[in-house]
Ligand binder design. Structure first.
Ligand code: ATP
Ligand code: MG
Length: 580
């Protein structure tokens, strides 16, 4: 089990590279010290372009690009594009955009496994010639039957003893397009009795007529991921081939290919993939959410994709910091999503100017405030950063406040506005509620009648009067109308896969993950809001313009994260990562 305090401890250590280390960093440092690889450090990030990148990939990106940067090495971006039926340029483009956005550069080193198809083919020929590979006529189902199980050895394919010449001839004809899809494969000749199923004569090539997003129709045979991945690393001179734990059992196979071929042998190191509570991190499942319309697209702000969280308003700095804090370990664990939110909040707190916005407005009329008077009040842009200065906020007779900040019958401990009670308006005055006006037809509250105390203007301390609560507001005549979208986790359960027998993960989708408030009011300062800028709406959270749906005519804001820091509480309680 992952130690619970392990992650929490690292969390408090502040996520700078200097503060933390992990076993992969130690291996690389040690290799350098010993002069291994002639002092080179060369890593790669190898996505398959079959979906958008998610926050789990960010962990891998930060690790690979981060180590290269730290040790003066290089990191390649390589697309492992060996499966044309699932891959697409849309994904290639999105991956490049996302890696760049995270803050990493690959220079000229953008590679594609598909560019190695000819070399991989020659590697296959080499293995056939040394009688280490054979053409097999079993179909997929028969191959499965012959493979055996975890407790039973497999059986040799009846085609295993084909002569080298026949194999060469058949393999060339496979390439030449003589055989139908799925009718023949090229398989490595290893050991059908190996306790490691990956070693039981795995398939290296399959016949598949599919147009490749780069290679077009040049090929009708495609290498498997297992045959392409290690050789691609070798071709690129990768020194440390860092991958997630599920490839540990594939390592003996990758080693076998490299050794049989006698080519450069990168060192594979496995680490635990990132898992997050309330989140699925599998491209297959994310694709399903998109295709079945559970979300509006790969960049839906509720998605854990980099495109989604960018649109949501998360910053690359926050994500890099998060990836540093969660550390890198060999054992899998589940990170509390509150920790990610904590990192976002921490970053936005430093950079986001404060503004006032009222999400669910209720009208307030100040009976003793002159009808036509408008005051320009001074408001601080960011108490964390005096350099961000101040701005003017218009104040007038008719205002909006948050419905939540008024209670007609206040429960004990409610110190905000209620009939006969006072509250301070931020940057303005103390007001008192002197009446409630209702819609005669529905009985719903239409407006609050209030008075203000002119002696209590913020900054002029004549009155010295104190009230227990300060609330935000906007001037009705000056405020702009906007839509605000509030988000909650996409899955109600911490573990979306936790379902009763016969159920599936889609049952755990949160039906209330999106709330759209269509008549919010925002202070006029936000008229100049730009996509990519973040704002703290005082008392409500951090918000940004929606990059897709917002327009100058109808501004739409996404809430990136609330102000409530559940992670800080969790950390205090000594609970960091849950064991997975
Ligand atoms: P998924 O399981 O989400 O479909 P994948 O592993 O199939 O992802 P790849 O495109 O092969 O996706 O991933 C590229 C790199 O990112 C690989 O090295 C992979 O190990 C790593 N990676 C994928 N998911 C995670 C994760 N959750 N945490 C850390 N690294 C990950
Ligand atoms: Mg993969």
């Amino acid at each position: 089990m992952e130690s619970k305090s392990g992650h929490a401890g690292r969390g408090t250590a502040a996520g700078s590279a200097e503060g933390t280390s992990h076993f992969i960093r130690n291996i690389v440092a040690e290799d350098l010290k010993r002069g291994k690889n002639q002092g080179r450090v060369h890593t790669r990030f190898p996505p398959e372009p079959n979906g958008y990148l998610h926050i789990g990939h960010a962990k891998s990106i930060c690790l690979n690009f981060g180590l290269a940067a730290e040790f003066g090495g290089l990191c390649n971006l390589r697309f492992d594009d060996t499966n044309p039926s699932k891959e697409d340029v849309e994904y290639v483009d999105s991956i490049k955009e996302d890696v760049r956005w995270l803050g990493f550069a690959w220079g000229e080193r953008e590679f594609y496994a598909s560019d190695y198809f000819e070399r991989l083919y020659q590697f296959a020929i080499q293995l056939i010639k040394s009688d280490k590979a054979f053409v097999c006529d079993l179909n997929a189902e028969q191959i499965r039957e012959y493979r055996g199980t975890l407790i039973e050895p497999g059986e040799n394919s009846p085609f295993r003893c084909r002569a080298v010449e026949e194999n060469l001839d058949l393999f060339q004809r496979m390439r030449g397009g003589e055989f139908p899809d799925g009718s023949r494969t090229l398989r490595a000749k290893i050991d059908m009795a190996s306790p490691n199923i990956n070693m039981r004569d795995p398939v290296m090539y399959r016949v598949l007529r599919a147009t490749h997003h780069r290679a077009g129709d040049a090929w009708c045979i495609y290498p498997t991921y297992d045959f392409a991945h290690g050789q691609s690393d070798s071709i690129e001179g990768i020194t440390h081939s860092i991958c997630t734990l599920e490839f540990e059992d594939h390592r003996p196979l990758y080693d076998w290919f490299l050794d049989q071929l006698g080519i450069h042998h990168p060192q594979q190191i496995e680490f635990a993939r990132l898992n997050l509570t309330h989140t699925v991190l599998s491209k297959r499942k994310l694709l399903q959410l998109v295709q079945q319309g559970y979300v509006t697209g790969w960049d839906d702000p509720r998605m854990p994709t980099l495109a989604g969280i960018r649109r949501r308003g998360y910053t690359p700095e926050a994500i890099r910091n998060f990836c540093e804090r969660i550390g890198v370990a060999k054992r899998s664990s589940v990170v509390d999503i509150a920790m990610l939110e904590h990192c976002v909040r921490e970053d936005l707190n430093k950079r986001a100017p404060r503004v006032m916005a009222v999400l669910r407005p209720i009208k307030v009329v100040l009976e003793n405030y002159p009808d036509t008077k408008v005051e320009e009040l001074d408001a601080v842009n960011n108490p964390e950063d005096p350099a961000m200065g101040t701005r003017k906020v218009p104040f007038s007779r008719v205002l909006y406040i948050e419905q939540d900040d008024f209670r007609e019958e206040p429960p004990k401990g409610f110190f905000r506005l209620s009939p006969g009670k006072e509250v301070r308006l931020r940057y303005a005055y103390i007001i008192k509620c002197v009446g409630v006006e209702r819609d005669p037809a529905t009985g719903a509250i239409r407006e609050l009648r209030c008075t203000y105390d002119p002696e209590t203007k913020s900054g002029s301390s004549q009155s010295g009067r104190k009230v227990k609560a300060t609330i935000h507001w906007v001037s009705a005549a000056h405020a702009l109308e906007a839509e605000v979208r509030l988000y909650d986790h996409l899955f109600t359960k911490e573990d979306p896969d936790e379902v009763p027998a016969g159920g599936d993960w889609l049952m755990n989708i949160n039906p209330n993950s999106l709330e759209r408030l269509t008549s919010s009011r925002i202070e006029p300062y936000l008229a100049n809001a730009t996509v990519g800028a973040q704002y703290q709406f005082e008392r409500l959270g951090y918000f940004c313009l929606d990059s897709e749906d917002s327009s100058p005519k109808k501004m739409i804001f996404n809430r990136s994260v609330t102000l409530r820091d559940t992670w800080a509480k969790i950390e205090k309680g000594g609970k960091g990562a849950r064991a997975g």
